[in-house]
Write a protein that binds this ligand. Structure first.
Ligand code: OMP
Length: 281
C-alpha cells in the first residue's frame, strides 16, 4: 500500500483531516513527565493515546528531537516505533524540510525512509528538481514539497515574480521573460508535473494564506496538501477548510501542533478542531 492509499483509508476511518504535530519542548511539557527517564517519548505517548482515533497522521518535526542530541533522537525513534506497533494504520510524516545536491539528497531519502522508517517527509524545493528526485524515487512514500509556507517571511522570496520554468523530467522549459508569476505558483505547477510521473507528491501551503491556498488548489485539483499554521500561528481552520479541499471535500491534512499538544485537555481540543474542519470542509 502506498502513502496516499494509507492516508485515504485513515481519513475515512477516523473521519478526520487533522494531523497532529509531535513537537515536544521540554520547557512546556508537564512536570510529572519531566521526572521520567524518556520524558519526550512519554509526552508523545500521552498525546497519541488520547488522540489516535481523531487524526489522519502524526508529524514529528525533527528539530524538536535533534535539539536534545542523541537522547532526543532516540526518543523520536521510539515514538515512530510506538506508532508503527500500536497504530500501524496512521501515517507518520517526518518534518525535516530536507533536500540537497543529488548524492546528499539520496542519503537524506535513505535516512528518512530507511532508518527512520516513516511514511512521508517534507522537502524544500529551493535546489531544484534533481534535489527532490531521490525522494520521489521511493514511489510508495509521500514527498511533501514546500510551496507556500505559513510563516510571515514566506512573502520574502516565495511571492517574488519569476518567469515560470517547468521541469518536465527531461529538462527545464522556461517561458519568455515577460510572462511572470509568483514563485510559489511556479513551484505548484512543477509539483503537478512531477506528480504525473511519480504519483507521490504532496505540497505544503500555510493556513495563514487562504487566498493562495485557493489559487494552488486550482492548479492542483487532486493533490493532497499539508496545511500547517492553524492555532498558534493564527491561521483559521474554517477559512482554510472552505477553500482548500478538493472536489471530494478532502485532499488536506491540517497540521496542528502547539495548540493541541500543550492544551490542558488535548483530546477535547483535537476533537473540537476535527469537528470544525469537518463542518467547514
Ligand atoms: P504549530 O505552529 O505548533 O501548530 O506547529 C506547526 C508545525 O508545522 C511545525 O512543526 C512547523 O515546522 C510546521 N510547518 C509550519 O509551521 N509551516 C510551514 O509552512 C511548514 C511546516 C511543515 O512543513 O510542517
Amino acid at each position: 500500500m502506498n502513502f496516499k492509499q494509507k492516508l485515504e483509508i485513515i481519513i475515512k476511518k477516523n473521519n478526520s483531516l487533522l494531523c497532529i504535530g509531535l513537537d515536544p519542548d521540554l520547557e512546556k511539557i508537564p512536570n510529572f513527565l519531566l521526572k521520567k527517564k524518556d520524558s519526550i517519548f512519554e509526552f508523545n505517548i500521552e498525546i497519541i493515546k488520547k488522540t489516535h482515533d481523531l487524526v489522519c497522521a502524526y508529524k514529528p518535526n525533527i528539530a524538536f528531537y535533534e535539539a536534545y542530541g542523541l537522547k532526543g533522537l532516540s526518543q523520536l525513534k521510539k515514538t515512530v516505533e510506538y506508532i508503527k506497533y500500536y497504530h500501524p494504520e496512521i501515517p507518520i510524516i517526518l518534518d525535516a524540510k530536507r533536500a540537497d545536491i543529488g548524492n546528499a539528497s539520496k542519503m537524506y531519502a535513505k535516512s528518512a525512509f530507511g532508518y527512520w522508517n516513516v511514511d512521508a517527509i517534507t522537502v524544500n524545493p529551493y535546489l531544484g528538481f534533481d534535489s527532490i528526485e531521490p525522494f520521489l524515487e521511493y514511489k510508495d512514500k509521500g514527498v511533501i514539497i514546500l510551496c507556500k509556507t505559513s510563516n510571515p517571511g514566506a512573502k520574502d522570496f516565495q511571492d517574488s515574480y519569476v518567469s515560470p520554468g517547468i521541469h518536465l523530467g527531461s529538462g527545464l522549459n522556461r517561458t519568455p521573460r515577460e510572462i511572470v508569476e509568483p514563485l510559489y505558483l511556479n513551484i505548484a505547477r512543477n509539483v503537478v508535473e512531477w506528480d504525473k510521473k511519480y504519483k507521490n507528491c504532496l505540497m505544503v501551503i500555510g493556513a495563514t494564506w487562504p487566498n493562495d491556498l485557493k489559487k494552488i488548489r486550482k492548479i492542483a485539483p487532486n493533490m493532497y496538501f499539508l496545511v500547517p499554521g492553524i492555532g498558534a500561528q493564527k491561521g483559521e481552520a474554517e477559512k482554510a477548510a472552505k477553500v482548500g479541499v478538493n472536489k471530494d471535500k478532502s485532499g488536506i491534512m491540517f497540521n496542528v501542533g502547539r495548540s493541541i499538544i500543550y492544551d490542558p485537555y488535548p483530546r477535547k481540543k483535537a476533537s473540537e478542531l476535527k469537528n470544525i474542519i469537518n463542518r467547514f470542509r
